[in-house]
Design a protein. Structure first.
Length: 435
């Protein structure tokens, strides 16, 4: 007797009165994007994650409006505005404002340090160095321990930020996402949804690596369809292999009604078949991670760039377009340089004489002539040296090797620094002069 194959959706719809002619099945692109965003965030692909958020206008996460706004301030590099936003929470006993301020200021310091060290028109820019020193002075008073502060000071001796082991894969997007995760733990519970937000209803979000789970189940489903088909047509090879997940990228026809064959066939199976005992198998899911390449990019451009915003969408539409203080000063300086009566020989360091006016450029931080560059480097070194000399924490000790310097994360030090004698301020000055 010839064995029949799995019934198609069309034949089953005739035999089974319970099954409608068409099965309604809808997919919201918004949900798909949320699953992709979660996939990207879990795997640290934050540059792509944030770009997709902005282009699609979709954010994955159960955040209140206040948290969403704070998140966007941090992701846009609005460090000072983020501190101002949580100012009303300072009086709340449960809120550790010191830890919040420390994390935000520390990640701001990393970006300023990147701007200072990275080759380009803003390398050793006067305004950037001035704000960097202000940031470091602030950190001196809010670091959890003197060791934390000394580790941050030691980063000034790096030729470039990526030379440090903990920063070899650093980029502004990943650092900002990491910063938000840290401050979210500090204030997330203090910024709950308001009554109006609850009335809007809770929107579903992707969690537990939903995209990977759906892909795995989809492959299992295709494998089960293939196995049932093999049983129906007597394919010994397919029967002996058993239900095997399909290959993810194997060519298959476009999704259609025939893909419902297994579902329709199950509706025709007797109830006694579903009561049969079976042995549960264990799922051994193994994800082969890609080896991410080391990115080479002028991160200063990313830090300074005005981010793309989906028009009219919260929270992007309410985030101010302000820049870092040194960028605003630089813009003002460039504007003044365009005016005919402006004196281009002035500087933020009045004690340093400017060279020939031809050495001035509209590109901030760029100049011609080694004498002027040496003068700027000397002024910057004096500025940092003065800050170091006035700091009791910076005088005591400093790591002897850059390899021994651990990145400060959450107040914990990954490596124990070696202690060396006091002349630390002069060491930093000399090393910066040789950069």
């Amino acid at each position: 007797m010839e064995r029949s194959s799995i019934p198609t959706a069309m034949t089953t719809s005739v035999k089974s009165p319970k099954t409608p002619i068409g099965i309604p099945f809808s997919i919201r692109e918004r949900d798909v994007i949320k699953a992709i965003l979660e996939f990207l965030e879990i795997r640290g692909l934050h540059i792509t994650q944030l770009s997709l958020e902005r282009e699609a206008g979709v954010i994955n996460g159960a955040f209140s409006d206040d948290l969403l706004f704070l998140r966007q301030l941090i992701l846009d590099g609005q460090w000072d505005n983020a501190l101002d936003f949580v100012e009303p929470l300072k009086s709340v006993k449960e809120f550790d404002f010191g830890a919040f301020r420390y994390n935000v200021t520390k990640y701001k310091f990393f970006e300023l340090l990147c701007v200072k060290l990275e080759p380009g028109p803003l390398h050793d820019n006067d305004f950037a160095v001035e704000e960097l020193v202000e940031c470091l002075k602030d950190l001196e008073h809010i670091c959890p321990s003197p060791e934390d502060y000394r580790h941050l000071c030691a980063l000034l001796t790096l030729p470039k930020l990526s030379d440090h082991e903990d920063f070899k894969n650093w980029n502004p997007s990943s650092a900002r996402v990491e910063c938000f995760h840290k401050v979210h733990q500090l204030c997330g519970h203090l910024l709950p949804p308001t009554g109006k937000e609850k009335d809007r209803g809770e929107e579903s979000n992707s969690s537990n690596d939903r995209l990977t789970g759906l892909l795995a189940k989809g492959r299992f489903y295709e494998g089960c369809v293939d196995y049932c088909q093999a049983q129906a047509i007597g394919d010994k090879r397919g029967i002996e292999a058993g239900p095997m997940p399909s290959d993810l990228l194997t060519f298959r026809p476009k999704l259609g009604s025939t893909d419902l064959s297994l579902v329709c066939w199950l509706e025709m199976v007797g109830k006694e078949q579903f009561a049969m005992p079976f042995k549960q198998k264990q799922l051994e899911l193994r994800v082969e991670h890609i080896r991410k390449p080391k990115l080479e990019a002028p991160w200063t451009e990313t830090i300074m760039a005005t981010p793309i915003k989906p028009g009219g969408q919260f929270p992007h539409n309410l985030v101010p377009a302000s820049k870092l203080k040194f960028a605003e000063k630089m813009s003002q300086s460039m504007t003044m340089s365009m005016l005919p009566p402006a004196d281009l020989t002035t500087s933020m360091f009045p004690a340093v004489p400017r060279g020939n006016p031809m050495s001035q450029s509209t590109a901030a931080g760029f100049c011609l002539g080694t004498a002027l560059a040496e003068a700027d480097a000397m002024a910057q070194s004096l500025l940092i040296d003065e800050m170091m000399e006035s700091s009791q924490l910076a005088k005591t000790s400093r790591p002897d090797s850059l390899r021994g310097v651990g990145m400060v994360t959450g107040g914990m030090i990954q490596q124990n620094p070696q202690m060396i004698p006091t002349s630390s301020a002069q060491q930093i000055t000399n090393q910066m002069m040789n950069m």
